[in-house]
Design a protein around this ligand. Structure first.
Ligand code: AHN
Ligand code: ZN
Length: 266
């Protein structure tokens, strides 16, 4: 999959960076992970960061069966990757926006503790979050020295039929102006049904580390289910139901168009 992403980004004319790193998972497993970055207009000073995670959770631990088996992650992971690849294709076949754009594919986002496991929050005596390993690494070690961006947009679970994107708490805390800009753009494109003008609770996701450690104001476009019994997430989340059957082109279109319009008008 990493090779596929690298090849596609190169085909689309991006300057490509592979960032290998290693980390220890919650259960002591040593992981060899890779962030992948594709830069368009690499010399432009004003840059926009677009990101998604390309790993899939290795077990469907919220399912009733097969809770130690892998699942597709068509939405949780792949949907954001799909939108970013389509944006890359559009950059290749059309005029570029004025700004530079960096597409960052984070690894290790979904390697957090299995639901059956109680883990220590401490690693080397420090409080540790076992999720979002790639963004935690990248935010402290960006792919180019002194990297910065004007703002960032994270895409996570952006492809499900009838998805709803609320103004997520962490995004509102760190980058409220970016949230308002993107939601206003969505409204102007007729996508207010997807981009709901209501706040949701905060979620620990890749954008939190980019805000905190890389000091780039970054929002997350992430599906929220207000009726969820499991805090935040829709019923297919981390189950075998997260496969191509729940994906809807219209949702991907709404997100992709909104992000593209935001980038081209910057
Ligand atoms: C928490 O479950 C707290 N964060 C994980 C965010 C996530 C997982 N997004 C997709 N999968
Ligand atoms: Zn997940």
């Amino acid at each position: 999959c990493a090779e596929y992403l690298l090849r596609r980004l190169k085909e689309y004319g991006a300057k490509v960076y592979l960032q290998p790193f290693s980390d220890i998972a919650y259960n002591g497993t040593r992981l060899y992970l890779r962030n992948i970055i594709g830069s368009f207009n690499p010399t432009a000073k004003k840059r926009i960061l677009l990101a998604a995670h390309w790993d899939t959770r290795p077990y469907a631990d919220k399912d009733t069966e097969g809770r130690y088996e892998p699942f597709d992650g068509a939405n949780d992971g792949a949907s954001g990757v799909a939108v970013l690849l389509e944006i890359a294709r559009i950059f290749h076949t059309n005029d570029m926006p004025e700004v530079g754009v960096d597409l960052v594919f984070f690894d290790g986002e979904d390697y957090g503790e299995h639901a059956d496991v109680k883990v220590s929050p401490l690693k080397d005596g420090l409080v540790q979050i076992w999720w979002c390993l790639g963004s935690q690494y990248w935010s402290l070690h960006p792919h180019v020295q002194n990297y910065s961006a004007y703002f960032g947009i994270l895409l996570d679970m952006v492809g499900a039929k009838n998805a709803r994107f609320y103004k997520e708490g962490g995004s509102m805390q760190f980058a409220p102006k970016v949230v308002r800009k993107v939601w206003k753009t969505a409204r102007s494109l007729g996508y207010s049904n997807y981009f709901v003008d209501i706040n949701s609770p905060g979620i620990t996701d890749d954008h939190i580390f980019v805000n905190r450690d890389a000091h780039i104001p970054m929002i997350s476009i992430v599906e929220y289910d207000p009726g969820s019994p499991s805090y935040y997430f829709p019923p297919y989340h981390h189950t075998r139901k997260d496969n191509i059957d729940i994906i809807d082109k219209q949702t991907l279109q709404a997100v992709g168009e909104t992000v593209l319009y935001t980038v081209y008008t910057e």
